[in-house]
Design a protein around this ligand. Sequence first.
Ligand code: ADP
Length: 265
Amino acid sequence: LRANFSVIQKETGFVNGLITVLHDITEQEKIDEERREFVANVSHELRTPLTTMRSYLEALADGAWKDESIAPSFLNVTQNETERMIRLVNDLLQLSKMDSKDYRLTKGWVNFTKFFNHIIDRFEMTITEHITFSRDIPSDSIFVDIDEDKITQVLYNIISNAIKYSPEGGQITFGVKQEIEEIVISISDQGVGIPKNNLNKVFERFYRVDKARARNLGGTGLGLAIAKEMVLAHEGEIWAESREGKGTTIFFTLPCEQEQEDEWS
Ligand code: ADP
């Protein structure tokens, strides 16, 4: 809240009034501040790979291209940085689409247990790390009205993190629980964990617990922010529970109708 005071003074110097105007500027100021911070973050995130690429390209142009023992690895760095920028720009476009007023979900009825198992199968087939998967998913069908592409992305972002932050030989557990009006999906890992006071912050744009480490793992810092927007668009909730050094569980909910059979009785 900001107060503006105006003194009403006559030519004689005699003060005969005082006007106080109170504005609720906090909300607008917060939005402006967030926008400034976002632009600064985006610029920084793009500048880092660009300056790295510039120095490697300079070294190559200065003659490193002739040295077969270093040229391939220098080119590899520039390739990785390019990939990172593409991921970042794609994530930014995704967020900006969701920020626009006419953002719509394309919903349809999906058997969630089948859909979830299918996504886990895909990860299981391609994973190169020594990580085991364990599923705590009911065998019955649970139908939810969702935008399949968006929820695929939510799961993709959460599962990629679970893999990235898992130790060698770690286990990732996938859970689905049916509650009265929603299903609760959980993805647990046995990784580094997230400090307690950062648990909510990980869903903010560009927030990372350990910047250098997250960058090395190829993250953009937008994965969970995107997941959050998408879950909220489905009227679900998303949160994290974690114990440092022990592991992290990301939960999210999706509304579902309680008894599907009711429709037929
Ligand atoms: P990033 O691209 O950096 O992974 P995210 O938005 O996906 O960005 O995650 C934000 C931050 O949250 C990560 O940088 C990391 O610090 C933390 N984080 C996310 N998932 C996990 C996890 N499963 N275990 C530990 N830390 C995590």
